[in-house]
Design a protein around this ligand. Structure first.
Ligand code: ADP
Ligand code: MG
Length: 346
């Protein structure tokens, strides 16, 4: 079911928690909100679920107006499944009973079948009879998810559903979650602060800052053509070097003339800060361009080197880890840029 927010605002005393925010998540798609703490992500979910009323703007689901323009559908009639950041299972009910809880109106057989089906979907068929305290944190989160999906919600809202899990477990769980949601045909809006997770499972990602949506785009576009400096900084890794626009797709820098498609064209002569991602900077012994290693982080398959250019500017580079260079060493680099992201210097 298609979700749409139109110019939705919600203020609390002294803070515009959500400020004229518009977005669309297509039916059956998975959207994600990323942003620093306090940027309004949870408030957006609460506005959609109907736990908050917008001061202005409208919320639609499946083309139906839920909030705004004088209309108000109460939360229990929205058919939205929500898993909160601080979800809790019923401690005195086993996993299957927790999942079946949301199906109070169905008969016993239906409840049992649906609970079994969902526990299977989230990979917990064997744990159906376990009590919450007998389950790991990740298993409890999967039960909470199964419980939210049980009544077949059209829309599922997830607020940092994996926040208290280890990095390796969360990625696996995120993938499972995505598969489960696709199987159910649900439309999903997820909040996370883990970018890798967001990139791995989202169709579209929005970056929020102080109640506003800075960009709503496919993960690839967000990474390669960030619309604002904030998005460029917030998403992925990278640094800026100074340059001067020479013409369409050509920028002069201390690393030479860099060519590529500028994501936003700037007039010739404009001074820009040019974004360089670690994957734009390639280590190459044969290159005449040299940079000094000032920091190195071993990440298994690769090093992430921090390299100082003659001007003092610093760039990052991912280098296969058999290229083991010491701090202070000067190594050859070349650039491999296709998309140039430059923000005019003000
Ligand atoms: P996020 O989920 O991105 O961390 P929130 O949506 O929780 O952000 O909060 C956005 C802003 O609104 C914050 O400044 C927060 O303090 C404020 N806020 C959220 N809910 C309330 C509330 N019920 N009363 C007052 N201020 C609130
Ligand atoms: Mg929050």
């Amino acid at each position: 079911m298609r979700l749409e927010l139109r110019e939705v605002s919600r203020a609390f005393p002294g803070v515009a928690a959500v400020d004229r925010l518009s977005l669309v998540v297509g039916a059956g798609r998975l959207g994600c909100l990323l942003g620093p703490s306090g940027s309004g992500k949870t408030t957006v979910l609460r506005l959609i679920a109907g736990f908050e009323q917008p001061d202005a703007g409208e919320v639609y689901a499946g083309g139906k107006l839920l909030s705004g323009a004088g209309r108000w559908v109460p939360p229990e009639r929205r058919r939205i499944g929500m898993v909160f950041q601080d979800f809790a299972l019923f401690p005195h009910l086993d996993a299957a009973a927790n999942v079946a809880f949301g199906l109070r109106d169905a008969d016993a057989g239906t409840r049992r079948r649906r609970a079994a089906e969902l526990l299977e979907l989230v990979g917990l068929a064997a744990e159906a009879k376990r009590m919450p305290h007998e389950l790991s944190g990740g298993q409890q989160q999967r039960v909470a998810l199964a419980r939210a999906l049980a009544p077949r919600p059209h829309l599922v809202l997830l607020d940092e559903p994996f926040s208290n899990l280890d990095a390796d477990v969360r990625m696996e769980l995120a993938q499972q979650l995505r598969a489960a949601l696709v199987a159910e045909g649900a439309t999903v809006l997820l909040v996370t602060h883990d970018q890798r997770e967001a990139f791995a499972i989202s169709d579209e990602i929005g970056v929020m800052r102080a109640g506003r949506l800075e960009q709503w785009d496919a993960p690839w576009a967000l990474y390669h053509s960030p619309a604002t400096r904030f998005v460029a900084d917030f998403v992925g890794e990278g640094t800026f070097i100074q340059g001067t626009v020479l013409g369409p797709g050509r920028v002069s820098t201390e690393l030479g003339v860099i060519e590529g498609q500028l994501t936003s064209e700037q007039a010739t002569g404009t001074l820009v800060d040019l974004l360089l991602r670690p994957d734009d900077v390639i280590h190459d012994d044969a290159s005449v361009l040299r940079a000094e290693v000032v920091e190195r982080v071993f990440r298994g398959a690769e090093f992430r080197y921090q390299l100082r250019l003659p001007s003092g500017a610093v760039v990052l580079s991912f280098v296969p880890s058999h290229h083991d260079h010491a701090i202070g060493e000067r190594i050859g680099i070349r650039l491999d840029t296709q998309h140039l992201v430059g923000f005019s210097r003000t």
